[in-house]
Design a protein around this ligand. Structure first.
Ligand SMILES: [Zn+2]
Ligand SMILES: [Zn+2]
Length: 299
């Protein structure tokens, strides 16, 4: 899994930050969380091919999170995309994509799968699932978790050989969790596999006030990407508009037991977001202010 931050600013673009968009590479898929205005230009400057994006998940319909969609889908069409594009988001997504498809003289070269998601909905994908959770913003907003499927434990070659299992197809079957019979003896995969390996989990939430439900949702995440619009001196104001301070994002990360926190949706008022990182680190030391084009490999 790799995360590529394409836009880390809130509300409107600044000199150093474009508005919200985060790409996630997982297996053969490329997911895009939010698509603020100018996201396609950011994609051109990143190592993510815009043609390879196969699922777009919009958090909510404030302009800084979706206005890049019309341009992006038109560019995909101009490049003769044939692959179906999936778009998910809160209530209103189907309606919005319909408007986008019928905008101007645009005729898409590909099909769309579009779905409105509700609280606790899941999207089953190849090797992972995407979960949606209602956030606390001032319009319907969803947080998303990407969770890899649990993988079978490590295959113990020594043990397998000791049991007299010949290498080859039998090994492969056991590695996949299957059972075999060798010389009339039944051998089950748990005899040669270690403990099942839990998949990685990343959570993306922008925008939200601090929310206990989101902390629960983010429980055990390897990576939490969280709204951190303001520093702690502006906390009340940030909360009033349905946002979190960096300090509050750090409290959520701590509560969730996340491994690393990326602060995003940084207000354009901060030319230097160092104050946000400092605020957050006091509560949750492994806090990082996300920057446009930052890449992070989830190990
Ligand atoms: Zn926003
Ligand atoms: Zn918003």
């Amino acid at each position: 899994m790799q995360i590529v931050f394409l836009g880390t600013g809130g509300s409107w673009p600044s000199k150093n930050r474009n508005v919200s968009a985060v790409a996630v590479r997982i297996g053969r898929d490329v997911l895009l969380f939010d698509c603020g205005e100018g996201t396609q230009r950011q994609l051109m400057g990143s190592n993510v091919s815009f043609m390879k994006i196969n699922r777009i998940l919009i958090s909510h319909f404030h302009g800084d999170h979706f206005l890049g969609l019309p341009g992006l889908v038109q560019s995909m069409s101009l490049n003769n995309r044939k692959k179906t594009l999936e778009i998910y988001g809160p209530t209103g997504t189907v309606k919005l994509v319909n408007i986008i498809i019928n905008l101007g003289y645009f005729i898409p070269t590909f099909h769309f799968i579009v779905k409105d998601l509700k609280d606790n909905d899941t999207v089953k994908c190849d090797g992972y699932i995407i979960k949606a959770k209602t956030a606390e913003h001032n319009v319907p907003t969803l947080a998303y978790a990407v969770e890899e499927d649990t993988r079978p434990g490590r295959f113990n070659v020594k043990k397998a050989k000791k049991l007299g299992i010949p290498e080859g197809p039998f090994f492969r079957k056991l590695q996949k969790g299957g059972n075999i019979t060798v010389n009339g003896r039944r051998i089950t995969s748990d005899m040669v596999l270690g403990k099942p390996r839990k998949g990685k989990k990343i959570v993306y939430i922008s925008d939200t006030k601090p929310s206990g439900a989101i902390a629960d949702f983010a429980k055990g995440s390897n990576v939490l990407i969280h709204d951190a619009t303001a520093d702690s001196s502006l906390e009340k104001k940030a909360n009033k508009y349905g946002h979190s301070s960096a300090r509050q994002a750090a409290m959520i990360a701590k509560k969730a037991g996340a491994k690393i926190l990326f602060l995003t949706h940084i207000s354009p008022r901060y030319e230097d977001a160092g104050v946000l990182e400092k605020d957050a680190k006091k509560v949750f030391p492994n806090s990082v202010v996300a920057e446009d084009f930052l890449e992070y490999d989830v190990k």
